[in-house]
Design a protein around this ligand. Structure first.
Ligand code: CO
Ligand code: ZN
Length: 355
């Protein structure tokens, strides 16, 4: 089964702005897309969207919770310079500071969006010492091109700031900002859409989570609220298949299929769930790869530790340049993720959750 995906939706998700705690624009898209597809939908106090698509298995069938995070890494305005109107930034989530210089940003204020630039001293006047110094976020400033009194009138401490980047097709890839984790949200929405034509036994809770990038906070509370038997996080993982990286450092490779996570620093996947997914992928001819990520984690880390414990796994979308504004994923891997997730939801009632 091969599926044609609407990359218009992924483009809208990628270009929407939403740092941890300020996911409202992304949430609006998710609610609009999910509502017609599910039986119940609510938003909890941390802003998680919790949608239920009931299965035919009755009360004894397992509950499966999907989790894909809506937030993207970004900044809050920390300081407005009295004399110049330049802004200083507090990070929410971990951007690679090396890639921030000379980027355009959007400052989201109560009275609307302002375009800005992350500026720096011209290379012509840098001392040798300054040239060698690594870029640090505390030294960066945002230029809004406005007189200081205008900036002070418009911008408040705590306004959120995102990087400005369009979403494009780049060869066989899709590329843009916030594929972490809008591509995971997209995979979840597309799988739920495909469930309309599928008889599934399990109750499917599709949860678009908040505040993942600052410590899996939305998944923690929504997991508690749903209390699932099985938790499946959908997130990007590192594709280190670039020049200069040694083969053991690659983690995954683009175009080789959806990645089944074995381990990252916050979770160890349920071994029988991994085996079940592998078998399913092989039966259906869906390309997959196995993933061990040495650093980083997903919502599965929180789901696994919910209440008395949940059998958890992550389906990862291999992505190059994670935590930059040119995050890039292979169309084929996105398709494989949608196909495997849909197949899993159809068959999840058969999964053996003993150890
Ligand atoms: Co991330
Ligand atoms: Zn992520």
């Amino acid at each position: 089964m091969s599926v044609a995906l609407s990359f218009d939706l992924l483009k809208r998700l990628s270009e929407a702005a939403g740092v941890p705690g300020r996911e409202e624009a992304v949430r609006a898209i998710v609610v609009e897309e999910l509502k017609p597809l599910v039986d119940e939908l609510r938003v909890d106090k941390l802003g998680n969207v919790i949608a239920l698509k009931k299965g035919r298995g009755g009360p004894q069938a397992p509950k499966v919770m999907l989790a894909a995070h809506m937030d993207e890494i970004g900044f809050l305005v920390k300081h407005v310079d009295e004399k110049t109107g330049f802004l200083r930034l507090e990070p929410v989530g971990g951007f690679d500071a090396r890639v921030l210089l000379a980027q355009r940003v959007v400052v989201h204020t109560d009275s609307g969006e302002l375009i800005g630039a992350i500026g720096s001293k011209p290379v012509h006047v840098l001392t040798d010492e300054e040239r060698k110094k690594p870029v640090e976020i505390k030294d960066l400033f945002v230029d809004l091109g406005l007189p200081p009194e205008d900036v002070k009138a418009k911008v408040q401490i705590g306004d959120f700031v995102t990087l400005r980047q369009d979403f494009v097709r780049m060869g066989e890839l899709v590329s843009g900002k916030a594929l972490d984790d809008r591509v995971g949200v997209f995979v979840m929405l597309e799988a739920v859409r495909r469930l309309r034509g599928v008889e599934h036994q399990v109750d499917v809770y599709a949860v678009a989570t908040t505040q993942e990038e600052v410590g899996l906070r939305g998944a923690r509370v929504s997991g508690y609220g749903v209390s699932p038997d099985i938790g499946v996080a959908l997130d990007v993982t590192i594709a280190g298949d670039v020049p200069g990286a040694q083969e053991p450092e690659r983690v995954t490779q683009l175009g080789q299929g959806v990645a089944l996570k074995i381990k990252d620093s916050l979770s160890i996947s349920h071994p029988k769930l991994v085996r079940f997914l592998r078998k399913l992928a092989e039966e259906r001819g869906i390309p997959y790869q196995l993933e061990i990520l040495p650093r980083g984690g997903t919502d599965a880390g929180a789901l696994q530790l919910t209440k008395e414990g949940v059998a958890a796994v992550t389906l990862s979308i291999p992505t190059r340049y994670v935590h930059t504004v040119v995050e890039s994923a292979h169309v084929r891997d996105v398709q494989a993720a949608v196909e495997l997730l849909t197949a899993f939801l159809e068959r999840a009632h058969e999964a053996d959750l003993t150890l």
